[in-house]
Structures are given as structure tokens and as C-alpha cells.
Design a protein around this ligand. Structure first.
Ligand code: URP
Ligand code: ZN
Ligand code: ZN
Ligand code: ZN
Length: 470
């Protein structure tokens, strides 16, 4: 056997399908051996008592994304990937945003420059299409897919991003031809505007009314419309951040009809509620995200979806803004209406502990399902498999050592993100990441981010397995 750089010994390996005790041998950043006993490596890590899992892949995060005049995201690539590493993740997928009037290629190149040499962990970009011009549809997208940008997100809401039905259909059609995966933000623009304007006229402008302006029916209608368009065009789609029973039922309905409709959900939809947006004064702004958190009944429904396979991926939708900041949640216009509170919450570091604790520790899902939902399915969905997403010979040595018994209380002071709060302050979890390895290099251990920005690579991706399968 070639000389090993590292052996991880005595742990319990968990994959999407297995759980067994074995040692792991790593050389050149890859897993090259798995067996009962591996000796003679240059370095050894004792993993006894720990679970050895594929590092988390978070396929839905927003980093240093343009968020409108005067608003600044709380993380750059360095802080976001440090925070992700501390949360047990080894790959994240943020979005390169095309602003209207801009070329898509240019937006990707610009975004790449922002990320380059800044990442502690591996990173790969989705595209956000806000301006599907003939040049974007005809030339830019096909070329970008060939270059490894094999997924793009489209929005059915937000002033600066919304696509109309015809534009959605055009993007879906290109995705079908190029075998790319479209991620759809399903909330109806006009229904939200109608409700929001009515609330504002009634003087209902506090952060809580953000949730009132975006009820489940708004998400359900858009989900159904997206599914119908996808069926018409005959293209697989991924419905992101599904928040409750209504939209989930649409996904299930589509899946039962044999349509290639996939879905993602997030920690906020199993733990937070619209009541969290009530808070004293502007405190509710800390929980403003879209779709908004729902209620305990919705949490129950989402768990059914998670355990029954309606959802393929569980992502954070990390989208951090500082609370105490004129460039964040408390910007000068935020008090005048919920509509000016930037949408999004931080969560890349807390995603895995929340899913593990609420899911595995509470007996709702198996350890294997945890791995599938947090890593393996992300790699399969977005064209990184079999390079990433599992513990097996030939995979990148992207590994998280996990203490499944450790109890922690989530608190801002222990987190590494650039936000100045966590929506989960005081939330108790059982299960915690102890160490994170990216391609065999230790990037996080026991509360400390190690490694260096620039270790993380910017990855091109292949075609989604969920697309090529058809
Ligand atoms: O509120 C959220 N989720 N902000 C991030 C943007 C998005 O729609 O995913
Ligand atoms: Zn979205
Ligand atoms: Zn998002
Ligand atoms: Zn390095």
C-alpha cells in the first residue's frame, strides 16, 4: 500500500446506507483504505467513541451576495467557510447572482474573484438568473453549464429577481436541453404584493407582518405553478426551502404522478415559528426570512416529508445580516415596513447539529438518513458524486468527526459566522462536530478553526444524477 498521510482510527463510519466500525487511510487528500486496522500512517487521529461521517455539504447558502442599496451581507467567503467548517461542513454552494442588465458570465467571473483564495472549505457556485435575455438563454447558459455551473436558481418573487411565467418556461427549457438542474424559489410575487400593500395601508408594518404577507397559500400556489411549468417543459426541478405542509403536499402530489420534482427544506422550518417574528420592538427582524417560519403543525409535516423521502436535501439557506447594523436588519428603512427588512438568517454552522439533534437524537430519522440529507444527496443532486458525499475508497477525504452524545447550547458566542446573533440562541442540541477534514487536511477541531483561507477549492460540477437518471 502507498504511504498514508493520515489514518483516522477506531471510529464508527456512517454513510447514507451503512454504519460500521473501521479505520480510514488517507493519501493525497483522498480515502485510499478502509479496514479493521490501519497502521503505519504518518499521522493518526483517534476517533474512538466518535462517528466518522462525510463532511456536510450545504447546497444552499448566500455569501457576499448583492442585497440592494446600503445592505451588506454579514459574511465574506472567509468567515462563511470558517463558520461552515466549524459546523462540520466540507463543501458549500453559494449563488453567483446575475443582476438585471448584467451578463451572466461577467457575474460569475466577478463572484469568483471575490471567493478566490478566501475559502477554508470547498465551494461551488450555482447561478441566479434574473435577466434571461436571448444571449443568456442562447449562449451564456449553455456555455456555463459546460464549464461546470450545472445548476441555477430562479425566483418567483422579489422585485429585483422575479421572473414571469414566460421567463420561467424559457429558463426551464434551456435547463432541459443542457441537462442542468433548476432550483425554484416558490412564492408568488403578485399575491405577496397584494397582501403586503394591504397590511401597510392598515399600518401593520412590524417585522411580524412579513410572515402574514407570505402565508403558506402563497408558497403553495407558486409551487404548483412551478411544477406545472416543469411538467409542460418536461424538465426536473428542485423546489428549495419548502416551509410547510401546503407546498410539501404539492411536491408529494407531483412525485406521486411520477414527475421529477425534488425538494429541499431547512432548519428554520422544523424549529422556528411565525411567533418568533413577534419579539419586542424590532427583535422579530432577526427571524425574517422567506418563506417565513410557520408553526408546530408545519414542523410535524416537514418531519413526515423528511422521513418519507419527499425531501432529498436539508440545507441552511444561510443568508446572514447583522442585526445591530444600519447595513443589516436595522437599516434606516426597516422600521417603516417589514418590506425593508433584509430577508435571511444565519445558519450554516448550526444546520448539522439541529438536524442531528432533532432528527437522530430524538429518533425521528436514522443516522444514515442524516448523512443522506446533509451530505450524500447534495453531492448526487448537484453533480459532485462520487467525488464527494460519502466515505468510500476514492472519495475526497472530506470527513467530519461527530460526537453523537455531546450536549451543547447554541449561542452566538460560540459561533464563527459574521452575523451578530443566532436565531437559535439558547437552543439545546445533542450531537456536535468535533473535527472537520477537507481533502485530508484538518480545518476545524474542538471549537477552533484551523487551516487557512485558500485551502478550499472552487469546484466545477458535473450533471446532476437526478437529471441524468431520466
Ligand atoms: O430569506 C431568505 N431565504 N433569503 C435568502 C434568499 C432566498 O430566497 O433564498
Ligand atoms: Zn429562495
Ligand atoms: Zn436562499
Ligand atoms: Zn491547504
Amino acid at each position: 500500500m502507498s504511504e498514508l498521510d493520515l489514518a483516522i482510527r477506531g471510529g464508527t463510519i456512517v454513510t447514507a446506507s451503512d454504519m460500521y466500525k473501521a479505520d480510514i487511510g488517507i493519501a493525497g487528500g483522498r480515502i485510499v483504505a478502509i479496514s479493521d486496522e490501519i497502521t503505519g500512517a504518518r499521522e493518526e487521529v483517534d476517533a474512538s467513541g466518535l462517528w466518522v461521517m462525510p463532511g456536510g455539504i450545504d447546497s444552499h447558502v448566500h455569501i457576499a451576495q448583492d442585497s440592494g442599496p446600503g445592505i451588506v451581507m454579514a459574511d465574506d467567503f472567509s468567515s462563511a467557510t470558517a463558520s461552515a467548517a466549524a459546523g462540520g461542513n466540507t463543501t458549500i454552494m453559494p449563488f453567483a447572482l446575475q443582476k438585471r442588465g448584467q451578463s451572466l458570465r461577467q457575474s460569475v467571473e466577478d463572484y469568483r474573484k471575490v471567493a478566490e483564495n478566501q475559502c477554508f472549505i470547498d465551494t461551488s457556485f450555482h447561478l441566479i438568473i434574473s435577466d434571461p435575455t436571448p444571449a443568456v438563454l442562447g449562449q451564456e447558459l449553455p456555455a456555463l453549464v459546460k464549464d461546470g455551473y450545472t445548476s441555477f436558481k430562479v425566483f418567483m418573487t422579489y422585485d429585483d429577481l422575479v421572473l414571469n411565467d414566460r421567463e420561467l418556461l424559457d429558463v426551464f427549457d434551456v435547463a432541459r436541453r443542457e441537462k442542468a438542474l433548476v432550483m425554484v424559489h416558490c412564492e408568488g410575487y403578485d399575491t405577496i404584493r397584494f397582501l403586503a400593500e394591504r397590511l401597510e395601508q392598515e399600518g401593520k408594518v412590524a417585522p411580524f407582518y412579513h410572515a402574514v404577507s407570505r402565508p403558506e397559500i402563497v408558497e403553495r400556489e407558486a409551487a404548483h405553478r412551478a411544477i406545472s411549468h416543469a411538467q409542460l417543459v418536461d424538465v426536473p426541478i428542485m423546489i428549495v426551502h419548502v416551509s410547510g405542509a401546503e407546498a410539501m403536499e404539492q411536491v408529494r402530489w407531483a412525485q406521486q404522478r411520477g414527475l421529477k420534482v425534488y425538494a429541499e427544506t431547512c432548519p428554520q422550518y422544523i424549529t422556528l415559528t411565525a411567533d418568533d417574528l413577534q419579539g419586542l420592538d424590532m427583535e422579530g427582524a432577526k427571524y425574517v426570512c422567506s418563506p417565513p417560519p410557520r408553526d408546530a403543525e408545519s414542523h410535524q409535516a416537514i418531519w413526515e416529508g423528511l422521513s418519507q423521502g419527499v425531501f432529498q436535501t436539508f440545507s441552511s439557506d444561510h443568508c446572514p445580516f447583522r442585526y445591530e447594523s444600519p447595513h443589516g436588519k436595522l437599516n434606516p428603512k426597516a422600521r417603516s415596513s417589514f418590506r425593508w427588512v433584509p430577508n435571511g438568517i444565519p445558519g450554516v454552522e448550526t444546520r448539522l447539529p439541529i438536524l442531528f439533534s432533532e432528527g437522530v437524537s430524538k429518533g425521528r430519522i436514522t443516522p444514515q438518513a442524516f448523512v443522506a440529507l446533509s451530505a450524500t444527496n447534495h453531492a448526487r443532486m448537484y453533480g459532485l458524486y462520487p467525488r464527494k458525499g460519502s466515505i468510500g475508497i476514492g472519495f475526497d477525504a472530506d470527513i467530519c468527526l461527530w460526537d453523537h452524545t455531546r450536549k451543547e447550547t447554541l449561542r452566538q458566542e460560540i459561533l464563527h459566522h459574521g452575523a451578530d446573533y443566532t436565531p437559535w440562541e439558547g437552543f439545546e442540541v445533542t450531537g456536535w462536530p468535533v473535527a472537520t477534514f477537507v481533502r485530508g487536511s484538518l480545518v476545524y477541531r474542538d471549537g477552533r478553526v484551523l487551516g487557512h483561507p485558500g485551502h478550499g477549492q472552487i469546484l466545477a460540477r458535473g450533471i446532476s444524477e437526478y437529471v441524468s437518471r431520466q
